[in-house]
Design a protein around this ligand. Structure first.
Ligand SMILES: [Zn+2]
Ligand SMILES: [Zn+2]
Length: 273
């Protein structure tokens, strides 16, 4: 399984999952042109994308999906309520397939397990994606106010995690955002702080977890090195040592090969058992 974070943040999110012969995008929050350019850097043609799995209706996850789907004939997977909430992005002719949180479905070699999250969208979900041939499991959880038991359960046993580390709690509190915006971001229906992500990542760490990619960092209320330090410290305290990446808005992360990451992380982790 290979994973490419095309970009992540409040201006756009999209992640490529490549398992066997199947390539799937989770979210399409950049313009179609931008997604084409970023996919090209990973050696992927837009026509190769078998599906776009949309997690919720917010623009930073849906912006380019309509244009991309119409241009390349890509099926869009989302919940019915998400479709209703972003109806303005459709012109007719897109192929929309509905899924329900808690009901896994399959796209080629990828099994998609959508689960309900807590976020101020019409119908917010996170997804676990499993390579049907190897069993490797990727968890993608951005845009969640707090980790619930259901989210924990869905993300247990992942080989790679793309996890939100949205803001530093002090930077948010002292930011120039209006009070209502600060409240929304920090609420249980908003976004995970670095500190909350650190606690959650430490809970989810296990010896087979090869890597964690921190995502959806706030431009105003976070810094990549700060998120990396806060979450990295918490992970190291559990004895975990693996790949820790930080996704950015402007540049895609290099394509990550989960099996290679596991081989690299393996020996030092096994010695801790
Ligand atoms: Zn978002
Ligand atoms: Zn959102």
């Amino acid at each position: 399984m290979r994973v490419g974070v095309l970009g992540s943040g409040s201006s756009g999110n999209a992640t490529l999952v490549w398992a066997g012969d199947t390539r799937v995008l989770v979210d399409a929050g950049f313009s179609a042109r931008q997604m084409e350019l970023r996919l090209a850097r990973m050696g992927v043609e837009p026509e190769d994308i078998a599906a776009i799995v949309v997690t919720h209706d917010h623009g930073d996850h849906t912006r380019g999906m309509g244009v991309f789907a119409r241009k390349h004939g890509t099926p869009l997977y989302m919940t019915e309520r998400t479709r209703d909430a972003c109806a303005s992005l459709f012109r007719g002719g897109e192929e929309v397939r509905f899924y329900r949180p808690g009901r896994p479905f399959t796209v080629g070699d990828v099994r998609v397990e959508p689960f309900l999250t807590v976020h101020d969208a019409a119908d917010p979900v996170g997804v676990a994606l499993v390579d049907a041939r190897t069993g490797l499991r990727l968890g993608v959880a951005t845009d969640l106010g707090r980790p619930t038991a259901q989210i924990r359960h869905a993300l247990e046993g992942c080989d790679l995690l793309v996890l939100e580390a949205n803001h530093d709690e002090v930077m948010l509190a002292t930011s120039v955002y209006p009070w209502a915006v600060k409240q929304r971001i920090a609420s249980s229906h908003g976004h995970l702080s670095n500190q909350a992500a650190a606690r959650f990542a430490a809970e989810l760490a296990h010896p087979r977890l090869a890597g964690v990619v921190l995502a959806h960092l706030s431009h105003e209320c976070n810094r990549p090195e700060l998120a990396r330090r806060v979450v990295g410290d918490a992970l190291r305290e559990t004895g975990w040592s693996g790949y820790l990446g930080v996704a950015s808005q402007d540049e895609p992360l290099p394509l990550l090969d989960v099996e290679t990451l596991r081989r690299r992380a393996g020996p030092s982790q096994l010695s801790l058992l």
